[in-house]
Write a protein that binds this ligand. Structure first.
Ligand SMILES: Nc1ncnc2c1ncn2[C@@H]1O[C@H](COP(=O)(O)OP(=O)(O)O)[C@@H](O)[C@H]1O
Ligand SMILES: CC(C)(COP(=O)(O)O)[C@@H](O)C(=O)NCCC(=O)O
Ligand SMILES: [Mn+2]
Length: 908
């Protein structure tokens, strides 16, 4: 077989732009210089340690290309990882290169330090985005060529232990390369000897699984089906990926049931695999290369050598058990009676017969495994011949594992192999299971090894904060404990008479429509004109409108009752109270439908407030307590990464990202039916990721430029920081932690004093003023700006800092404070706020209202004496149509400067 290094020179970079050229050169080293895709908006990070940012990873090149390069558009640090999978037949390499390392010559001109950024002096002071993952293979038997390749490209130097990345340690000291496969053990000494690097061994199955999971989750156009010559890419729903069966056909075959990230079990394997095909094929056909053998099969006719059912049944089908005359009864069976020698058979036919034998065998093994690992019947005790009869029966018992992904170099993107496997899987599973293939089929293990760097030194930095949050998100979107059956959710529906006593018996003592939480409620001093101020945007005097919101709130009720009962431990008492609450609230709603003005002028804010009051009336103190806690924890866990990412941006990009962050995170709203549906489907985190990544401007209402001009200045116009900003925060979790807190931090950094204004009492999943200091304290652990400001604002007392430091630091930091607003509702009526808020507002020159309740249902039209920014994602279709002539999940960024010539917002 031709050596791979003969196929491509030691520094084998070719500009190969089409498949035919690729084939002619018979090389697997492909570095494309052209055709980069537009990657859209990107978020990147930089820090003191090299980080791998896999966000928005995408395949580069056309659909047909084998082992195409993967672009990492958001990679900002200088990294040059290399990882290996050293198998029985082949060595697979995955390595990273930066965009600008394009020309070999240019690269050669640079010093090692320049190329790999080892020295601080040569490190770029600003991040340049983008890089690629490359895929290369060598025959294991020719490992020296692989070592030459690594050495000539100096790839092993990128594997410096992260802890030493920025040090001036001599080249290669502590150099470690991640490797998996048996060769990682077998050749460890050789690597040390030849390259001076240590091999860090990673578990082979674990690597296969993490490589496959990465490809399936993060790369578009990676997985595809192949039936009767037709290739079709499949977009994998990451929420519906597991469980699946991964069949890796390398030298041998492994079948792995994958249940999640790092959750897998090798359920079986077979020794009849790629090595068998190549080994037997080499002996029987004298082929010199695997690809040659494969190509031969394309021109073969296996009927000359295989014994078919028809050969045995006189040309007829064996229809009773569903076998057609053309089905192979016995691979190579004809050779028994043909009385021919090996030379009498065409190599083409032998190759095809061999290929079909192995592919069918694997297909059959898979079916046994998919059945076995997901049903309770122990198939292994059933003789193989009988197994097939059981398949229909087993299929009925089966759950999941309908998808089978194939990896390993045996497949080689070969149409006939894939068709044969697909056919076998379909045939034996009676169409229930589907075979899928991966474009980077041969590199799963190497990719897994590549990603395993995160475990050692790079920790979680290997993935973006968003990916981490998405992982955490499965925790926060997992169903919360449901109340055991026993509550009706809607209670008995009872229409109270407007005059009669029915309502009174249940809820007579409700202070409907009025909330006196704080004895002294005051008018918010920054209202432009309190006399004309009307909190409600939607007037429910219109009966159609009232009916609509009545339905929305009624339909939301069962879910709310579930949460409320669960929040009280799901006890019998809680269930009784849950039913009573549902009855009472339904009764109120029904009464208001009949007599909208029963409790005074009725706006949507009053209805939402009524619900919260009703809950409290039945002693549901905080129905969303555990949900809020989970969401806070998940968000705080990724906050440091987000802050780091923000810090790597210029101020303009940062401001945009911050506002996008607030808007996108406002989706975590347990009061919206649409969002609750997303939660229950487990897709909210996906939608959040999408909106974070793809939030396109202009938003439906988009005054960002105006706000930006005020904050950052424009041309001659100098930035003019606000003195004091009141941030009316909304929901717990991502909304406040990943949205509003980073925005607060930006204002603090610009010298603006910040007051976080939060609810006095819980309402839905809104964060309360009581909860905020702990959240701020947790965030402050990872951020000096927040820490200093929180200390200055009296939110934090750091006992570790001595008094002199505190004074010094405080004097240089504007304070961050928290005040309660006096409300216990998702909306806010600014005529009745806490005296504390009223006092804090006196010298504020910026008000930021966030969320639907505070900035759309109420206060959308409110005018202020100071600058006002209203930020929300609209999570209700009807409201979106009515208020902004848009659609659900559209965003509002409405900025109204304090100046008398108030500019009208731009409805796009
Ligand atoms: N160029 C090639 N040289 C050798 N084997 C190849 C080649 N291309 C595909 N193969 C097939 O791939 C198999 C090796 O697959 P691989 O996934 O690399 O397994 P391993 O890790 O056991 O080496 C070989 O046994 C052979 O069937
Ligand atoms: C209760 C809410 C105002 C809370 O929204 P938020 O202020 O958290 O953005 C909002 O979820 C809402 O309007 N819900 C009712 C409408 C619906 O379910 O579509
Ligand atoms: Mn809210």
């Amino acid at each position: 077989m031709a050596s791979l290094t003969e196929d491509h020179p030691p520094i084998g970079i070719h500009d190969i732009n089409d498949e035919s050229k690729h084939k002619k050169l018979n090389t697997d080293v492909v570095e494309r210089e052209s055709g980069e895709r537009e990657m859209g908006h990107s978020i990147h990070r930089s820090g003191s340690r090299p980080q791998l940012d896999l966000s928005k990873a995408a395949i580069q090149g056309n659909f047909e290309e084998k082992d195409p390069t993967i672009l990492l558009p958001n990679q900002s640090d200088d990294i040059s990882h290399l990882a290996l999978d050293i198998g029985g037949s082949l060595i697979k390499l995955v390595y990273f290169s930066r965009h600008e390392d394009r020309s070999v010559n240019d690269r050669r001109k640079k010093s090692i330090k320049e190329i790999f950024g080892v020295s601080n002096g040569n490190r770029r002071s600003y991040p340049i985005l983008g890089g690629r993952l490359h895929f290369v293979k060598f025959e294991t038997a020719k490992i020296n060529e692989c070592l030459d390749f690594i050495s000539s490209k100096q790839l092993h130097r990128g594997g410096l232990d992260a802890r030493h990345w920025n040090s001036d340690a001599p080249d290669n000291e502590n150099a470690v390369i991640k490797a998996t496969g048996g060769g990682a053990f077998k050749f460890a000494d050789l690597f040390k000897e030849r390259l001076g690097v240590s091999i860090d061994k990673e578990d082979e199955m674990g690597c296969l699984v993490s490589g496959a999971n990465f490809l399936l989750k993060a790369i578009r156009h990676e997985a595809f089906t192949h039936m009767e010559g037709q290739k079709e890419f499949v977009q994998i729903d990451t929420n519906d990926l597991f469980p699946y069966l991964l069949v890796n056909i390398g030298s041998g075959v492994s079948m792995i049931k994958v249940d999640g990230d790092g959750k897998f079990q090798r359920v079986s394997g077979t020794n009849v695999g790629g090595g068998t095909y190549w080994g037997l094929g080499k002996l029987l056909t004298k082929c010199k290369s695997f690809d040659e053998l494969l190509e031969l099969s394309q021109r073969g006719d296996n009927r000359t050598i295989d014994m078919l059912v028809g050969d045995i049944y006189g040309g007829m089908d064996y229809s009773k058990i569903g076998l057609s005359a053309s089905t192979i009864a016995s691979s190579f069976g004809k050779a028994i009676s043909d009385n021919k020698n090996l030379e009498d058979y065409r190599p083409e036919d032998i190759s095809l017969s061999l290929l079909r034998m192995i592919s069918y065998n694997i297909g059959q093994d898979i079916i046994l495994e998919t059945s076995k690992c997901c049903c309770t019947v122990a198939l292994c005790t059933v003789p193989e011949a009988q197994c097939m009869i059981y398949i229909a029966y087993l299929n009925a018992l089966r759950f999941g594992l309908k998808r089978i992904f194939f990896g390993g170099f045996f497949i080689r993107g070969h149409a006939y192999t894939m068709d044969t496997i697909s056919f076998a899987v379909q045939f034996w599973s009676k169409g229930d299971a589907q075979a899928m293939f991966l474009r980077h089929e041969g590199y799963l293990g190497a990719l897994g090894a590549f990603m395993s760097y995160e475990k050692h030194g790079l920790d979680d930095l290997m993935i973006s904060w968003m990916e981490k949050f998405v992982r955490k998100g499965t925790e926060i979107t997992a169903p919360v404990p449901m109340a055991p059956p026993g509550t009706t959710g809607l209670g008995g529906f009872e229409v109270p008479s407007s005059k009669g006593d029915t309502l009174r018996s249940d809820a007579s003592n409700l202070n409907v429509g009025v909330l006196h939480l704080v004895p002294t409620l005051e008018v918010f001093p920054l209202l432009a004109d309190p006399k004309t101020y009307e909190p409600n945007t939607i007037d429910l005097a219109d009966h159609g409108e009232l009916e609509y919101w009545f339905t929305v709130l009624s339909e939301h009720l069962p879910d709310l009752v579930d949460k409320a009962v669960a929040s009280e431990g799901g006890t019998e008492d809680a269930k009784r109270r849950g039913d009573a609450f549902a009855r009472a609230f339904s009764a109120h709603l029904a009464r208001l439908m009949e007599e909208p003005a029963a409790y005074g002028k009725l706006g949507l804010a009053n209805l939402l407030e009524l619900r919260e009051e009703c809950l409290r009336e039945f002693q549901f103190v905080d129905a969303y307590r555990s949900i809020k806690q989970r969401e806070n924890e998940a968000s705080l866990a990724v906050l440091p990464d987000l802050l780091m990412e923000l810090d790597s941006m210029n101020e303009e990009a940062r401001l945009l990202t911050l506002i996008e962050g607030v808007l996108a995170a406002n989706i975590f709203d347990w009061g919206s039916r649409a969002c609750v549906d997303l939660y229950h489907k487990g897709t909210i985190i996906e939608i959040y990721r999408m909106s974070r990544n793809k939030m396109q401007r202009p938003w439906r209402v988009d005054d960002l430029d105006l706000f930006k001009e005020r904050v950052l200045g424009l041309g001659e116009k100098k930035p003019h920081p606000h003195k004091k900003a009141l941030l009316f925060v909304d929901n717990a979790g991502a909304d406040v932690v990943l949205g509003m807190l980073p925005l607060a931090r930006e204002l603090l950094r610009r010298g603006t004093e910040v007051v976080l204004v939060a609810n006095s009492l819980p309402a839905l999943n809104d964060v309360t003023a009581m909860e905020l200091p702990d959240i701020v304290a947790e965030a402050a652990k990872h951020c000096d700006i927040l820490r200093r400001a929180a200390e200055a604002g009296g939110l934090l007392v750091d006992v570790m800092i001595n008094a002199a430091d505190v004074n010094k630091e405080n004097s240089s930091s504007v304070p961050l404070m928290v005040v309660e607003n006096g409300c216990g509702s998702p909306c806010i009526d600014l005529r009745q706020v806490s005296s504390e808020l009223a006092a804090a507002a006196k010298d504020a020159d910026l008000v930021i209202l966030e969320g639907m309740g505070r900035s759309l249902h109420t206060n959308y039209n409110a005018q202020f004496k100071c600058d006002a920014l209203k930020l929300a994602m609209v999570k209700n279709q009807r409201l979106a149509e009515k208020l902004i002539k848009g659609n659900i999940y559209d965003c509002v960024c409405r900025y109204e400067p304090a100046s008398s010539d108030l500019q009208s917002s731009s409805l796009c």
